[in-house]
Ligand binder design. Structure first.
Ligand SMILES: *[C@@H]1O[C@H](CO)[C@@H](O)[C@H](O)[C@H]1NC(C)=O
Ligand SMILES: *[C@@H]1O[C@H](CO)[C@@H](O)[C@H](O)[C@H]1NC(C)=O
Ligand SMILES: *[C@@H]1O[C@H](CO)[C@@H](O)[C@H](O)[C@H]1NC(C)=O
Ligand SMILES: *[C@@H]1O[C@H](CO)[C@@H](O)[C@H](O)[C@H]1NC(C)=O
Ligand SMILES: *[C@@H]1O[C@H](CO)[C@@H](O)[C@H](O)[C@H]1NC(C)=O
Ligand SMILES: *[C@@H]1O[C@H](CO)[C@@H](O)[C@H](O)[C@H]1NC(C)=O
Length: 439
């Protein structure tokens, strides 16, 4: 009796000590936990922030919640089925930034499997809460070299230009209500607007507060980003270090495959002219994927659109947009890129299938890329309220109201696109898109 009582008392004291360490040292507590895909479907990147250094960056994960829970409580002793991955933390390199980023790669994961995970450091016990994620469908024998051609249905949330201005808190609440639906989130640039108060190096307080608010989203599904003009403070280093995209701050473009669909992220903040590194990379990536899978969906995204019709400089002035269409647009046409997602103008717009300003085919038989702009979640600069009239022929739907979009890949031939307004949680625009073959 006494022995039993004694040992459980010891356990209580021990747990108390562990909790106490966690609570008493806020500076080593992991904050803003985020997931990201790599180009290999059997991998996942997990990243977070701490104010102070705490040894190596560690991720402990398991297929069962109880195994991981007892393992963290008993400080690593009992778990056979807990795997640990580690990396070196990194300081932020700008003088005005503090703290460390942690970016850990998990590999050899199994397909369609849920993993529970905690993150923390070695020198003291300071774990995050337990989070979980689910991997995609893939063949363990081929993985990255031969991605799935078969589509496994999935659902993603899409927006750009979020920041934390008017409307933002409602969009975040709206997203959180719907998070059970989503397998990933695409944030197409202009993330926190932390350069907004003319802080050239970016205001880290704004950046961190923004990411804290999004943690219930970013810790649950991969949060895939592309650089926007408000993310380029100190040379995209903070951006790349924070989000752990499968790219570098010098070459911030990448592609990955998810459940049978090819995604390609283009940096509109980097040079896109022919013969530049990025252009050659886009061409090679699309060519290679199309050779492998001539009929599969390709979804591209970047911050700046080249079809948009608000009364705003970027949309009114043709020159730069025409240049993007002449370079990237011709690759999209040649390699049959089905959908292009962007932000930059603070409105919502959907086009018909279009190429060189001409509608080609329709949603049942697309002969060109369908373009979407979703700059509406709410940021410090407000909405772009005025549209160009007459409405261009290629513009199918446009709104200036707060909300975000969702894209549901149903199967090899059908995608459902929807724009969700925050007010009354209404679906304001909806379109089925059938797979087109346009070269
Ligand atoms: C480890 O996991 C496998 C597969 O989930 C299970 O069969 C096995 O019993 C587990 N082992 C322990 C010690 O929990
Ligand atoms: C971060 O910077 C501090 C202060 O310069 C230094 O002591 C520490 O070793 C650095 N940590 C890493 C992981 O580079
Ligand atoms: C992968 O290869 C192994 C060994 O060759 C084989 O047993 C297994 O069935 C293969 N798995 C799939 C999903 O094809
Ligand atoms: C968002 O902010 C507005 C204005 O401050 C407020 O009226 C509204 O209740 C907030 N919504 C949420 C979900 O916090
Ligand atoms: C950074 O943002 C915080 C929070 O909004 C603000 O209190 C602070 O003054 C800003 N710093 C600078 C240098 O603008
Ligand atoms: C694909 O999804 C669409 C929309 O739900 C459906 O009409 C169509 O029959 C499906 N195609 C296949 C091959 O299942």
């Amino acid at each position: 009796m006494f022995g039993l009582f004694g040992s459980s008392l010891m356990t209580i004291v021990f747990i108390y000590l562990v909790i106490n360490i966690v609570l008493s040292d806020e500076s080593i507590r992991p904050q803003t936990v985020k997931l990201a895909f790599t180009s290999n479907p059997s991998e996942m990147v997990i990243s977070w922030f701490t104010e102070k250094e705490n040894g190596d960056s560690l991720v402990h994960f398991s297929e069962t919640h109880s195994t991981l829970l007892s393992w963290t409580k008993l400080q690593h002793k009992s778990g056979v089925n807990v795997t640990t991955s580690s990396a070196q933390p990194q300081n932020f390199t700008s003088d005005t930034w503090y703290g460390l980023s942690h970016t850990v790669l998990l590999s050899n994961l199994s397909p369609l499997t849920t993993y529970f995970y905690v993150v923390g450091g070695t020198s003291q016990v300071a774990y995050s809460q337990i989070f979980k994620f689910t991997t995609q469908a893939f063949d363990i024998n081929t993985t990255a070299t031969e991605p799935m051609k078969k589509v496994t249905p999935f659902h993603i949330a899409v927006y750009g230009d979020m920041g934390n201005g008017d409307g933002y808190n409602e969009t975040v609440a709206h997203l959180k209500e719907n998070m059970d639906r989503y397998n990933m989130v695409l944030h197409v640039g202009d993330i926190s607007y932390c350069d907004y108060d003319k802080v050239e190096q970016g205001n880290q307080t704004v950046w961190n507060d923004f990411l804290k608010e999004l943690e219930p989203i970013t810790s649950k599904v991969p949060y895939m980003t592309t650089p926007g003009n408000h993310d380029v403070f100190y040379s995209l280093t903070a951006y790349q270090q924070t989000f752990g995209m499968p790219a570098t701050s010098d070459e911030p473009w990448y592609s990955f495959n998810y459940n049978g669909v090819h995604f390609i992220s283009i940096s509109s903040e980097s040079d896109l002219s022919p013969f530049t590194k990025q252009y050659q990379w886009i061409k090679a990536d699309l060519e290679q994927y199309r050779r492998y899978n001539p009929n599969g969906w390709i979804i591209a995204y970047s911050h700046r659109p080249y079809y948009c019709s608000t009364q705003w400089d970027w949309c009114r002035k043709q020159t730069l947009r025409a240049l993007i269409e002449a370079t990237v647009g011709s690759l999209f046409q040649k390699y049959n890129v089905d959908i292009f997602l962007a932000g930059h103008t603070h409105a919502y717009e959907r086009t018909y299938p279009v190429y060189q300003q001409l509608n080609i085919g329709n949603y049942d038989y697309p002969g060109g890329t369908v373009h979407m702009v979703i700059g509406t979640p709410g940021n410090q600069e407000g909405l772009d309220k005025d549209f160009i009239y007459p409405t261009p022929d290629w513009s199918a739907s446009r709104f200036s109201t707060y909300g975000y979009a969702q894209l549901q890949v149903q199967n090899e031939t059908h995608i459902l696109w929807q724009f969700l307004g925050n007010q009354d949680r209404k679906i304001l625009d909806q379109q089925w898109i059938v797979k087109g073959y346009f070269d």
